[in-house]
Ligand binder design. Structure first.
Ligand code: GLV
Ligand code: MN
Ligand code: MN
Length: 451
């Protein structure tokens, strides 16, 4: 570490912090402890903004449905833009629809980028993405209040369509920024028949300029993301901060099983071409293949759409996705090979034809060792314990892996629940995460030279 780190540690425990800028987590078990545990971020302000954001797309269950590329996300963006401007950030939207807010640095260096997403899955909670997005803006507020200048320019990013519930492509905004997705996706249609290009126009963008959103190699010094864990490990171990070692990759396919729709009362059992029976066996085959491997790999069939969908008609067509995830891309490919063999066998036995086309492909990514160390050091300076763990959820951070060293900070999820209105992280854990982000930004700012 360079000598500047000494200055940063001094800033982190600085008595210059004004009383108004310090804050005490407002609920949940107090997990920060030592006398040096001064909070630079304002936890009440952060809670207020997360609660306000939760009004955009609110469901009767208390969570939100706020899909990427939707009117709801656009409305929420307006709120976030207002927060960014209040924090003094220079705001811009890129041609993919991602939002950026910039704070100048004191040296001519590449950007240190941090943020998350505010789009959600269908019937989501209020923490996935929101904590890291508004936590990032809170970090800027805290830096302003402490009058801390960083060497690198800082940018807060709010990625669009991280969840990919719209158009079936996860980490879509960051994937475009990383150059992995390009004009080939513009014609992809959603269920209303609107294309990606149509939605970009609604976001005020010219689809023919999509590739302008690409971030060039060398433009980023590093990337950080604060996120809820979305699993049970931190809560069970009573550890407030997770240091992510790596993020799983995933592959998705859209499969269509085609049989023959026929009369349910008159077609003998041995003469049927029942697409739903075949698809159901195929779902179980996916589970069997994934379970047969040792390790943490997962496989999911998230829905089935059977047609024509009547009580007295044998289903003639079923559409379903297959999703496989693991930290090892080769294992995903191996499992897919085995699944394809099983599908062929089942098709033969059921007299049905199943065809699968690739839908999404995100490679696994390992976090940077030095950034991991900075996060650990940031947590330690606050008196917080840490756990190293992998991420089973995908994140925009892994797209940034192509461009810069990156790291992720996790905070506990109650009962390990996420992608559900029941998703919850106590405000004290949220505050801890944002403060660790603040401290990590400063540590990384001293350690990276952008080369
Ligand atoms: C996003 O949260 C995902 O892992 O699908
Ligand atoms: Mn997320
Ligand atoms: Mn999610």
């Amino acid at each position: 570490m360079r000598p500047r780190a000494f200055i940063v540690l001094a800033i982190l425990s600085s008595p210059l912090i004004s009383a108004s800028a310090q804050s005490v987590p407002s609920s949940g078990s107090p997990v920060q402890s030592s006398a040096t545990s001064k909070f630079h971020i304002n936890s009440q302000r952060l809670q207020r903004t997360i609660e306000k954001l939760s009004e955009f797309g609110r469901n009767p269950e208390g969570g939100v449905t706020r899909l990427g590329y939707s009117d709801t996300e656009l409305a929420a963006d307006q709120y976030v833009i207002q927060l960014m401007k209040q924090a003094g950030l220079e705001v811009r939207r890129d041609s993919a629809g991602n939002l950026f807010g910039r704070r100048a640095g004191s040296e001519h260096l590449p950007v240190l980028l941090f943020g998350s997403h505010i789009d959600s899955v269908v019937k989501a909670g209020n923490f996935d993405g929101d904590v890291g997005s508004l936590g990032a803006i809170e970090v800027i507020n805290a830096l302003n209040e402490q009058a801390v200048k960083t060497r690198h320019p800082l940018e807060v990013v709010i990625w669009t369509n991280e969840e990919g519930n719209h158009f079936g492509i996860s980490t879509m905004g960051s994937g475009i920024a990383a150059g992995l997705l390009g004009p080939e996706i513009l014609g992809r249609k959603d269920e209303q028949g609107l294309t990606v290009a149509d939605w970009l126009r609604r976001y005020g963008q010219d689809p023919s300029h999509l590739t302008d959103a690409r971030i060039s190699q060398g433009a980023l010094a590093g990337y950080l993301e604060l996120h809820i864990e979305q699993g049970p490990n931190l809560e069970e171990a009573k550890i407030p901060i997770g240091v992510v070692q790596g993020i799983v990759g995933l592959k998705r396919w859209r499969c269509v099983a085609t049989g023959f729709a026929n009369h349910a009362g008159t077609t003998p059992m041995d003469r049927r071409k029942d697409a739903l029976a075949a698809a159901s066996r195929e779902l179980l085959a996916v589970r069997d293949v994934v379970r047969a491997e040792s390790g943490r790999q997962v496989g999911t069939v998230g829905y089935m759409k059977a047609e024509p969908g009547a009580v007295n008609v044998i289903p003639g067509r079923v559409e379903f996705p297959i999703e496989l995830r693991d930290l090892d891309a080769a294992k995903i490919d191996r499992m897919w090979g085995l699944i394809q063999e099983k599908l062929k066998q089942i098709d033969k036995e059921e007299n049905v034809a199943t065809a699968c086309t690739p839908l999404d492909d995100i490679v696994p990514a390992r976090t940077d060792i030095a950034v991991q160390a900075a996060i650990r050091e940031a947590a330690k300076s606050l008196g917080l314990t840490t756990m190293d763990l992998p991420s089973g959820a995908v994140h925009d951070a892994q797209q940034m892996a192509k461009l810069a060293p990156f790291g992720m900070i996790f905070v506990p999820s109650r009962d390990g629940i996420s992608h559900s209105p029941k998703e919850f992280t106590s405000w004290s854990h949220v505050a801890n995460g944002a403060e660790v982000l603040y401290r990590s930004v400063l540590l990384v700012d001293t350690q990276l030279d952008g080369k």
